[in-house]
Design a protein around this ligand. Structure first.
Ligand SMILES: [Zn+2]
Length: 478
């Protein structure tokens, strides 16, 4: 930390308005098994320091993988030179929201370091799941996947903040592929990815799930095709996790809303004139951002601008009421403070606004999943995530899923296949008329959210209870 403080003090002496230095370690192990063998094990260990400078109204950024003070100072000089250059063509005054000085540490609560455990342990568990999957009738392929991640950061800025964070992440997944009846279908089991220790993985019992997905992959091959037309959908938490990510998370990143970021379907229909007015969803829809959520993938104590992680509403009682906001754009919303969701993937990446942990609040009235199905005469129940697409304004969207069931006379009937649905983002959320209560809330999320150009990956938790959506256009995909 001393070297980082020395760099920010050095830059302070050069009359910068603001500067920060972030040492960033990204350590990841990815294990992929196929059938009963290891397909690959990939290990990444990326360590370096990024330095960001605001000089007058120009930003500069430079980084180095070297650790010595001389190299850090050279990177600081480069960032300063770039900032001075950028200032010459600056289009307006940069107003940086204030943030209290933090001298703090944040560490994921763990019992066992996921990257300290022998690789053979995880390989053994995944292969055992693969053996069970392969016993399934008509199963032709089994896959096991585990990502173990550790992100360590040290941060110092010219305002005196000194922050250390140490985040551990575990993301497991198994998959079965069956071939029968002229079809090939897959089925996944994705336990919630968590910021947690290896004990989380140890505590999972993959065996019964392995048997279940093998049977369901085969059953999917014999499923009847869905009908095209408007339908009632009941969506499970894992499925909703992707829907909210694409149709709420990304369009409410303020940098996208204001046109600062356009890559990867990068603009947004959720413009600021709609704030506190626009009906994003029905009255029962509350979408909450919470980077303080324990075990949440985006929970890291403090972000890469030195801002403390926070909790806020994106949609309250159906109305758009918040965005993910960095320190530079907070004043556009008359906010005194950014909300702590600006991150960089690696030391050489400039921090950008990222989707926070974002979840659909459970229904307030007691309602079980069974009651939700029983209360639905006809419809389709969708589990898991499949293909999706969304336009550049994040408005017109289409989603598939991992598995589909027909709902007939308030009961789950057989599986369906080739189901996709399409809607505009707000028509979809406005069509939500029932959400199961908190007993049925489940987390999901992603560790590969892509944004920026060059692209950076980030991780965030999502969550929901199963929810019902009326009159959604379903189309047969084949
Ligand atoms: Zn994303």
């Amino acid at each position: 930390m001393n070297d980082l403080s020395e760099i920010t003090n050095y830059l302070k002496g050069k009359k910068v308005r603001f500067a920060d230095a972030r040492e960033n370690l990204f350590h990841e192990r990815e294990i992929l098994t196929e059938d009963t063998r290891v397909e690959h094990i990939d290990e990444q260990h990326v360590l370096g320091t990024g330095i960001k400078v605001l000089y007058e109204n120009g930003w500069g950024y430079a980084s180095t993988s070297a650790k010595d003070l001389d190299s850090l100072r050279k990177a600081a000089d480069k960032a300063l030179a770039l900032a001075k250059h950028a200032d010459k063509s600056a289009s307006g005054k940069v107003e940086l929201a204030s943030e209290p000085k933090h001298v703090a540490k944040f560490v994921t609560k763990i019992k066992e370091d996921p990257l300290g455990v022998d690789i053979g342990d995880a390989v053994g568990v995944l292969i055992q799941a693969g053996e069970t999957i392969l016993k399934g009738k008509d199963v032709i392929k089994a896959r096991g996947y585990l990502v173990l991640r550790n992100i360590k950061k040290k941060y110092a800025n010219t305002e005196g903040s000194l922050i250390e964070t140490n985040i551990y992440t575990v993301m497991p997944e198994i998959m079965a592929i069956a071939r029968a009846n002229g079809e090939v279908k897959s089925r996944h089991y994705r336990p919630s990815p968590m910021n947690a220790g290896y004990e989380y993985f140890r505590g999972l019992d993959l065996q019964p799930e392995a048997g279940r997905i093998a049977a369901q992959a085969r059953e999917h091959c014999f499923a009847k095709a869905c009908e095209t037309g408007p339908a009632t959908l009941i969506l499970d938490p894992e499925h909703l996790s992707l829907t909210m990510h694409e149709s709420v998370g990304h369009p409410t990143e303020l940098d996208r809303v204001l046109g600062y970021e356009e890559s990867c379907a990068g603009r947004s229909f959720a413009t600021m004139d709609k704030l506190h007015k626009f009906k994003y969803g029905s009255e029962i829809v509350n979408l909450i951002a919470d980077n303080t959520l324990e075990g949440g993938l985006a929970s890291c104590g403090y972000d890469d601008e030195g801002v403390e992680c926070q909790k806020w509403h994106i949609v309250k009682d159906g109305v758009l009421c918040g965005y993910g906001v960095n320190r530079e754009l907070a004043h556009k919303m008359n906010l005194a403070r950014a909300n702590g969701t600006t991150k960089a993937a690696n030391y050489f990446d400039v921090p950008i606004t990222r989707i926070p942990n974002l979840y659909l609040a459970p229904g307030k009235k007691p309602l079980s999943f069974g009651e939700l199905i029983a209360d639905t005469e006809n419809g389709i129940y969708i589990e898991g995530q499949g293909s999706f697409s969304i336009d550049q304004m994040r408005l017109n969207m289409q989603f598939g899923g991992d598995a589909f069931w027909e709902i007939k006379n308030g009961k789950l009937a057989g599986m369906l296949k080739n189901v996709t649905y399409n809607a505009t983002s707000y028509e979809f959320w406005r069509a939500c008329d029932a959400i199961a209560d908190e007993r049925f809330f489940k987390r999901s999320g992603t560790i590969i959210c892509g944004k920026g150009d060059p692209m950076q990956l980030a991780q965030m938790t999502h969550g929901a209870s199963p929810a019902r959506f009326r009159n959604i256009m379903v189309r047969r995909s084949k």
